[in-house]
Write a protein that binds this ligand. Structure first.
Ligand code: PEP
Ligand code: MG
Length: 581
């Protein structure tokens, strides 16, 4: 796309797709909180409870509407909102304020802020987003107490939404038929607007920084939710080529969906394994529906979040079994618990760290939290006991040999225990590690001797190689896995594994990037694992590639100096094959 005359704002790709249209700026309706003393505290409490009741009914309606529009679990956001309004700690705190003589509005907002500020302290981005939820609910109830309507700017024509941030209620209150795209100054890839936009199938770019709100209302913009770019006031040529790209992408997507269940066989006859990254029970059927030939990464954190204590062994067996049953006779790679970094579990009380990504995370917890990992190994081995389950277990964040040795010892302890107890379990299973720390790449020739496979986690490998915090929107644009430095590490990993006769997968976001497919195939990657939505398109791209040509592409890009050059090179290569991006 020629964009030389246009102003491009770079943010974070939050929901894929291309959209163009005129902008509308959505501003939060600020409600002032009155403060006064009350005598009749009983009727003040009734006033608050009526507002809470009305809000609860309203949220139930919103939840139903969202469930009807999305495929997966986006509506759960509103279930959580409803639950806040049933939370006895929250309601009790507000009631206590009123009993002390404070008016309902002030007592309510004080209680909301008390809990929201606690959430603000949590380092995990997903959990921190809960503070937005609590304040969103608080705002809704406050609106009812004040008799004010909360509706955001009503849309009258198809528009691209620009906002500082959008709460779930605001996002949902905007007419979806007239919303072409969402762009927000704040937010990360897991913010609410990102989750809802993906569910609605509407492109979104978040974390753009302040420049976004300098765009005047009514300006024509191009939103690229796949690359995280907003092009402001494009010239005719740029607009025309963008519209063409959007049209092609739409056609490509529906074509790919038709062939999703067929295997990905390259033009010269090589079968490539395309599998899915699964983050919970709800994603599992979606992977199968989109043609995934197994699971390349089961992120098990979902089992430990959203609760107040560790899951029991039986709870874990049940959850794993519910996922495995969708993938019988297909490879299933499960990653052991990967917490720390940006993934916090409040009830474990992990110490606060200055640099959580460089701290006590992933497999580094195994020695001191042996019980948690032992229980997980036991649950996995039992859930995989059926011969139709091809269970593989891998460790995250491995930086050297010692972690592999500890984990193997513990896995053996799990086996021994189950044997003694006469319980059925999976045996043998493949055992692998994720390659996401540069030291693991540099030791890959030695580590390959100790495991059955590697799976490259390019999300972390990129942040550690380029020294870029993956959750920091200020530097997010620097973190590109197509940087030749990262590609060189991928090559080294694959070469070392193959020299030992071991297979290599890749389960970072890069596996779902069409432009990366020729490079990864050329480097000899055995398994591509990606979000279920990307499976059909990547299969389609792999089908037109010749391995030998891709080996040349891989050699060429490794000599380049920037991710942008690599992108351009791959773009040109794919365009020659009739694949536009
Ligand atoms: C990765 O780091 O590439 C990866 C797949 O793991 P996660 O994104 O869960 O850290
Ligand atoms: Mg990772």
């Amino acid at each position: 796309m020629n964009t030389k005359n246009c102003n491009i704002i770079v943010g974070i790709a939050a929901a894929p797709g291309l959209a163009h249209g005129r902008t509308i700026i959505v501003r939060k309706k600020e409600l002032a909180v009155p403060e006064y003393r009350v005598e009749d505290t009983d009727s003040e409490i009734t006033r608050l409870m009526t507002a809470v009741e009305t809000s609860r009914d309203e949220i139930a309606e919103v939840k139903n509407e969202v469930s009807g529009r999305t495929r997966t679990n986006e509506a759960e956001i509103f279930e959580a909102h409803k639950m806040f309004l049933e939370d006895t700690d929250l309601l009790g705190r507000a009631e206590k304020g009123i009993k002390g003589g404070t008016n309902a509005e002030k007592a309510w907002i004080d209680a909301i802020e008390f809990f929201a500020q606690k959430m603000d302290q949590i380092p995990d981005e997903t959990l921190r987003a809960r503070a937005v939820d609590i304040r969103d609910v608080g705002h809704r109830v406050l609106g009812h107490l004040l008799g004010e309507s909360l509706g955001t700017t009503p849309l009258t024509e198809p528009s691209i939404i620009l906002a500082r941030d959008l709460t779930p209620s605001e996002t949902v209150s905007l007419n979806k038929e007239l919303t072409l795209g969402y762009c927000t100054v704040e937010g990360g890839p897991t913010s609410h607007v990102a989750i809802l936009a993906k569910g609605f199938g509407i492109p979104a770019v978040v974390g753009t920084g302040e420049a976004l709100l300098e765009i005047e209302e009514g300006t024509l913009v191009l939103v690229d939710g796949s690359e995280g770019k907003v092009t402001v006031a494009p010239d005719d040529e740029t607009l025309k080529s963008f519209i063409q790209r959007a049209e092609e992408a739409k056609n490509r997507f529906s074509e790919a969906r038709k062939a999703a269940q067929k295997p990905a066989v390259t033009a010269d006859g090589d079968r490539v394994e395309v599998v899915a990254n699964i983050g919970g029970v709800l994603d599992a059927p979606l992977g199968v529906k989109n043609g995934a030939e197994g699971i390349g990464l089961l992120r098990t954190e979902f089992l430990y979040l959203d609760r107040n204590s560790l899951p029991t062994e039986q709870e874990q067996i049940d959850a794993y079994s519910a996922i495995f049953e969708h993938y019988l006779d297909k490879p299933i790679v499960v990653r052991t618990l990967d917490i720390g970094g940006d993934k916090e579990i409040p009830y474990l009380d992990l110490p606060e760290e200055l640099n959580p990504f460089l701290g006590w995370r992933g497999i580094r917890l195994i020695e001191e939290m042996e019980d948690i990992f032992l229980k997980q190994f036991r649950a996995l081995l039992q859930a995989g006991a059926n011969a139709t389950v091809d269970l593989r277990i891998m460790l995250p964040m491995v930086s050297g040999l010692a972690e592999i040795v500890s984990a193997k010892k513990l896995l053996n302890k799990a086996r021994e225990g189950l044997k003694e107890e006469g319980k059925a379990f999976a045996d043998p299973i493949q055992f692998g590690i994720m390659i996401e720390v540069p030291s693991a790449v540099l030791l890959a020739d030695r580590l390959a001797k100790e495991v059955d496979f590697f799976s490259i986690g390019t999300n972390d490998l990129t942040q550690y190689t380029l020294a870029v915090d993956r959750t920091n929107s200020k530097v997010a644009h620097l973190a590109h896995p197509l940087n030749p430095a990262v590609l060189a590490l991928i090559k080294q990993t694959i070469d070392c594994a193959h020299a030992e006769g071991k297979w290599v997968g890749l389960c970072g976001e890069l596996a779902g990037d069409r432009l990366a497919a020729p490079i990864l195939l050329g480097l000899g990657l055995d398994e591509f694992s990606m979000s279920p939505a990307s499976v059909p398109e990547i299969k389609n791209v792999l089908r037109v590639l010749h391995k030998e040509d891709c080996q040349n592409v891989a050699k060429e890009v490794l000599l380049l100096t920037s991710a942008e050059q690599v992108r351009e090179h791959c773009r040109a290569f794919l365009a020659d094959l009739g694949i536009a991006d």
